[in-house]
Design a protein around this ligand. Structure first.
Ligand SMILES: [Zn+2]
Length: 501
């Protein structure tokens, strides 16, 4: 077996129009790969293979890319006998053959027989795209399968990249060793591939194509400049708030407009501000409800904003401003804003208003969940509560502690009622402490109007629930009412945006 188990194979290739296209340069890259720990090289074309062999002494998996076949979307990696001859004579110890079920100039059987009959010492890697390819080729007994072409054929366009699961699928149908290759970018991905049963791993572009590596870095910053101006939008049940900030977080403008409770009217309010603020480069938008951050769709909004479920905020903003916004839940945005100031690794923000909103940073990342519905702590059921919530459930704690309850409790001015309300907050915060072992929890929204006096009640009751609870971990957020808008702006700044050219 020429390719040793658990080995790192580095693919060293450059196309004709690329800066490194010179066989001596490619061989130098291969030598650098060897110095870094690679124990085998994958290379294209006779000249590269010859010089790499001479310079590194490592075993080489040779390929011959047939660009005529590539143009026609046919199988294109080493697809003719004369190509096999050329690269083996240049010194390839192993050859890789495109074994996808696409059209090909010469049959696979011919190619395999040609190698076996003329070069019995040479091993064959079957480059495949999916497990069907494997089943069709297994009878030819290649020495290895490689997942090289997963994602590159029309029948695998949509697979996850890298396709680590394919390794397991292949192992279910054959005992032939599987090499993990294709789209591997990160060290943890290749480790994962070996743990999932890969015999060896191939990394190419992520190591050996500096123009693409550069592009990844460049794209991470190319939207930033001294002219960067960010608009954060916060669509709440009662108010729409917008804040414009500069790159150094200076507030350049603020808008506060009553929510007209109508999709078209809400969007036209945003449109008018954007028409006025023409130098905006980034937009972050936060909304009440559950938000799918990926698509920008409001997957669920309670009756606090009418007919808001299903609105695609990403698309709407794109249409208006030609800027792809970052979209998030309003409480998550406020959490992000608080976190940008306080910087704990684990923290929580809970906002009290029409409802209860909440966000958590766990190990330095916002907790989101499948549909953006993670950490909606207001909708945890409180024992024996029979009140119907705006979300449709019966008994959510939100119905007992939201802003209106606070107001009524303080209007009644009964000591006992205040203590009862504080105990419910303490109960919820203790529960949150069990989910997210937070360093600090910040209370935000109208609850701040009730001051230190109410905060002290919560702290005391929280401490009574457990000797491990420290009341000083509960704080008022120092964000003002534009915290959600500010947080949305910061999210778009940190996560970046794509401008549609
Ligand atoms: Zn609820």
């Amino acid at each position: 077996m020429i390719i040793k188990p658990f080995s790192l194979i580095v693919s060293c290739q450059a196309y004709n129009n690329e800066a490194l296209r010179d066989s001596n340069v490619i061989a130098r890259i291969a030598l650098a790969a060897k110095q870094g720990g690679a124990s085998c090289i994958r290379a294209n074309g006779a000249e590269d293979i010859r010089i790499i062999k001479k310079l590194t002494g490592l075993p080489v998996i040779g390929i011959y890319k047939d660009f005529e076949c590539l143009k026609k979307s046919c199988a294109f990696i080493t697809v003719r006998k004369n190509q096999i001859k050329e690269i083996i004579e240049a010194g390839a110890d192993v050859i890789a053959i495109d074994c996808t079920r696409r059209e090909r100039p010469e049959s696979l059987k011919e190619l395999f027989d040609f190698v076996r009959n003329n070069y019995p010492h040479v091993e064959i890697v079957a480059d495949i795209a999916d497990v069907e390819d494997v089943k069709l080729v297994a009878h030819l007994k290649p020495n290895y399968f490689s997942t090289t072409l997963s994602g590159y054929t029309d029948y695998t366009e949509k697979v996850e990249k890298p396709d680590i699961n394919l390794i397991r699928e292949i192992k279910k149908v054959t005992d032939i060793p599987v090499i993990a290759e294709g789209h591997y970018k990160m060290p943890e991905e290749i480790r994962n591939a070996l743990i999932k049963g890969a015999h060896a791993v191939v990394v190419g572009t992520a190591i050996t194509r500096p123009h693409i590596i550069t592009k990844r870095f460049f794209e991470a910053i190319s939207d930033l400049s001294e002219n960067t101006k960010i608009l954060g939008i916060d669509i709440g049940g009662t108010w729409i708030r917008m804040e414009k900030i500069s790159l150094d977080r200076k507030i350049l403008g603020r808008y506060k407009i009553r929510n007209p409770q109508n999709k078209e009217k809400i969007l036209s309010i945003i449109y008018e501000v954007l028409a006025k603020e023409r130098d905006i480069t980034h937009i972050g938008i936060a909304s009440a409800g559950r938000i799918d951050v990926e698509s920008g769709i409001v997957t669920f909004a309670s009756e606090n904003i009418k007919n808001w479920t299903g609105v695609n905020l990403k698309e709407e903003i794109l249409k208006m401003a030609n800027i792809e916004p970052v979209v998030d839940n309003d409480a998550n945005a406020a959490t992000f804003a608080q976190w940008s100031i306080s910087q704990e690794k684990n923290m929580v923000l809970m906002t009290v208003g029409t409802g209860i909103g909440s966000g958590a940073i766990v190990n330095g990342r916002l907790l989101r969940g499948k549909n953006g519905g993670a950490f909606e702590v207001g909708h945890i059921l409180y024992p024996e509560n029979k009140l119907i919530c705006t979300c449709g459930k019966v008994g959510c704690i939100e119905t007992l502690i939201r802003g209106e309850k606070l107001r009524k409790t303080y209007e009644s001015n009964k000591e006992e009622e205040k203590e009862k309300l504080a105990s419910k907050y303490a109960w919820l915060i203790d529960m949150i402490k069990m989910f997210v072992d937070f360093e600090k929890i910040y209370l935000y929204g109208v609850i701040k109007n009730y001051g230190e006096e109410f905060l002290c009640r919560i702290r005391k009751q929280y401490e009574q629930l457990s000797s491990l609870n420290n009341g000083q971990d509960i704080l008022f957020s120092n964000l003002d009412e534009f915290g959600g808008a500010y947080g949305a702006a910061l999210e778009s700044l940190f996560l970046g945006r794509k401008k549609n050219e």
